[in-house]
Each structure stands twice: as structure tokens, then as C-alpha cells.
Unconditional design. Structure first.
Length: 347
């Protein structure tokens, strides 16, 4: 699997335009959701070839489904897209994950490129070749590893985001610092979310992820460190998606998950109480606490049974061995996960 270096900055969209002018490309399709169609498509339009076709699905994690994929596949089929077509995914994590999956499956694979418009997608979802959709209420239950032909990151798209969406992506940046760069965590936590120019932080975060992915593209070992905060976070996110009106954003769930899994790291003698306090204090300055009742903790933890890092009945978690260093394949029990949620609840 080749890993293409993302192009980050004002040169990203001109580079995309150059790629789409290649004679070998037969058709260009642009996949958006209702939000990016309204807020971002016009910014992309000058860089798209004449005759491209726009595909749109509803916005939101609840539409990251097979039904949305069928909408995309039906449109591609009706427009007689061949194997030389390219799908341009313009959006956040739902669009880049789902669009990549659709492209990888259609006619055994057509080209696709990622144009991430959210901070979450720019530093995480669009980088690394993971594609997928949710299934039966479980996050990213169906998916394939498939590298895009290119990733084109223009931080200018971040001006379309509300503060809550921006913070959601920031959680993945914090995760990168906690698993791989203690000095960055120490420096950036003093700066916080009030950033004038996101470009250097995006470049730094993408570099961390690419370095890890390059060593383990198919997540057989080291790449699992990128799942720090996600065992508990995905369980919490999935559970609340079943509760109308209580849905939370991915990054909000991961922030809570990082606190829970940092606490688990302390319980297993890997992380100091002082380091946990630093992590908690910082995350709570950025993210509001997620509310649930103690009686729900077992039901939330139960979602971790479907976590993709598991081996048989063993729930494998990524924990911290100090800030800046992660350990993958750390076994935890459902009871321990529920205890970590109870700890978070009582903070």
C-alpha cells in the first residue's frame, strides 16, 4: 500500500486541479453532504473540471450507513462511471470514510481523493487509508484499507466550522501529542484552542500519524496506538447515537475516552497520577463534560465487545506509559471499562 504525502496549505487545491486534468481520468464525481455542498463546494468549484457531477448525501454520523453507500453506488452506476472515474470526497470524517469505502468497492476500486473540510478529517480521518461505515450501531464496522490517490488539505475550509466542530478535530490532535510527542503536549496545552494559523499544527499532527501508519499500514501492531481514547470513546459515541437528542461528536467522545483510558493507565501502573491530572485539567478546559448516569455505564462499556482491536473475548486497549508514549494490546475487562466511565462520571 503506497502512502501519498498530503498537500497542506494554499497550494492544495491547485494541485488537485492539476491531478484532475490527467487524460487518464474519464469522469469526475464530487461527493458532499448537505453542509459541505452549501458551505464548501463553491470554494472548490474553480478547481474542478467542466462536466463534473455532484453527489450529495445528508449530513451527520447517522447517515454513515450502507443506505448512503447505495445512494452513491446507484448514482455512479446510472452515470455509467467506469474504472477510470475519480471520486472527490469533499467533507468531514463521514464523507472521507464513506466516500473512500464507496470508491474502493465500486467495480473493485476506482480512484478517489480526499478534500477534508473539518479539522477532524484534516488531521485524522483523511490520512492513513482507512475507509468505512457504521453498521448495526457499531462504529466503522464495515470497511477496507485503501489509500487515496491524494489528500488535499486547505485550512481555509476551517472557517466554515462552528467552534464545536473545530474542537472535535482538536481532540485527535491532542491524542497525537499524548501518544507520540510529550513536548508538543506541554507546549500546545498552554496555547489551547485559540489558534490563529492552524497550518503548522495540522502539518505536525499529520506527520505523526503518517510516521506511525508507514510502519504498520494494516494495523497489525504499532498503528493501534492511534486508537488511544477510542475503545471507551467509540463505545460512548455509539451508545449515545442510540439515544435521540443525546448524540455527541466524535472528538467529544474521544476526549472523554482519553480521560477514561488515562485513568486505566494509572490503575495499571503505567501513568502517574500527576500526568493524569495534567491530561484531565487540559481536556476539561476545552471540552464540556459528557453527562450520563451511573446505571448506563455497563451498557456503554458493552459496546466495546465489538471493538476492532479485540482478540476473541479479550478487549485490547491502547494505554499510556507516560505522556508521549503509548502501549497497544493492553487487555482490559468490561468491568474495568465500566469503572473508568464511573470515574469520569464522578469527576
Amino acid at each position: 500500500m503506497t502512502q501519498n504525502a498530503p498537500i497542506i496549505g494554499p497550494e492544495a487545491l491547485p494541485a488537485l486541479a492539476e491531478l484532475l486534468r490527467r487524460p487518464a481520468i474519464s469522469q469526475v464525481f464530487v461527493l458532499t453532504d448537505a453542509n459541505t455542498s452549501r458551505l464548501c463546494y463553491n470554494q472548490l468549484l474553480p478547481y474542478l473540471p467542466e462536466g463534473h457531477q455532484l453527489l450529495e448525501i445528508p449530513a451527520g454520523e447517522e447517515y454513515k450507513t450502507l443506505a448512503s453507500c447505495e445512494t452513491v453506488w446507484s448514482a455512479l452506476t446510472e452515470q455509467r462511471a467506469d474504472r477510470f472515474a475519480v471520486l472527490v470526497n469533499l467533507g468531514g470524517g463521514v464523507i472521507t470514510d464513506l466516500g473512500g469505502f464507496c470508491a474502493a468497492i465500486y467495480k473493485r476500486g476506482i480512484l478517489f481523493v480526499q478534500v477534508p473540510t473539518t479539522l477532524l478529517a484534516q488531521v485524522d480521518a483523511s490520512v492513513g487509508g482507512k475507509t468505512g461505515i457504521d453498521y448495526l450501531g457499531y462504529k466503522n464496522q464495515l470497511g477496507v484499507f485503501q489509500e487515496p490517490t491524494g489528500v488535499f488539505i486547505n485550512p481555509q475550509f476551517l472557517t466554515t466550522l462552528d467552534p464545536r466542530q473545530l474542537k472535535s478535530g482538536y481532540a485527535e490532535m491532542v491524542k497525537h501529542w499524548l501518544i507520540a510527542d510529550a513536548p508538543a503536549f506541554d507546549a500546545y496545552r498552554r496555547e489551547g484552542i485559540f489558534v490563529e494559523d492552524w497550518t503548522p499544527l495540522i502539518q505536525h499532527s499529520v506527520a505523526i500519524k503518517r510516521q506511525i501508519v508507514a510502519q504498520d499500514p494494516l494495523e497489525t501492531g504499532l498503528r493501534k496506538v492511534l486508537n488511544f481514547g477510542h475503545t471507551v470513546g467509540h463505545a460512548l459515541e455509539s451508545y449515545l447515537l442510540t439515544q435521540p437528542g443525546r448524540e455527541i461528536l466524535h472528538g467529544e467522545a474521544i476526549a472523554a475516552g482519553m480521560i477514561c483510558e488515562s485513568w486505566l493507565s494509572v490503575q495499571k501502573g503505567l501513568l502517574s497520577a500527576e500526568e493524569l491530572d495534567k491530561i484531565e485539567t487540559f481536556l476539561f478546559t476545552v471540552f464540556e463534560k459528557i453527562h450520563f448516569v451511573t446505571l448506563e455505564t455497563d451498557a456503554i462499556a458493552d459496546y466495546a465487545r465489538q471493538d476492532k482491536k479485540n482478540a476473541g473475548s479479550t478487549i485490547n486497549c491502547t494505554l499510556l506509559q507516560g505522556i508521549g508514549q503509548a502501549l497497544y494490546n493492553q487487555p482490559v475487562t468490561l468491568l474495568e471499562l465500566a469503572d473508568s466511565l464511573r470515574y469520569y462520571h464522578h469527576l
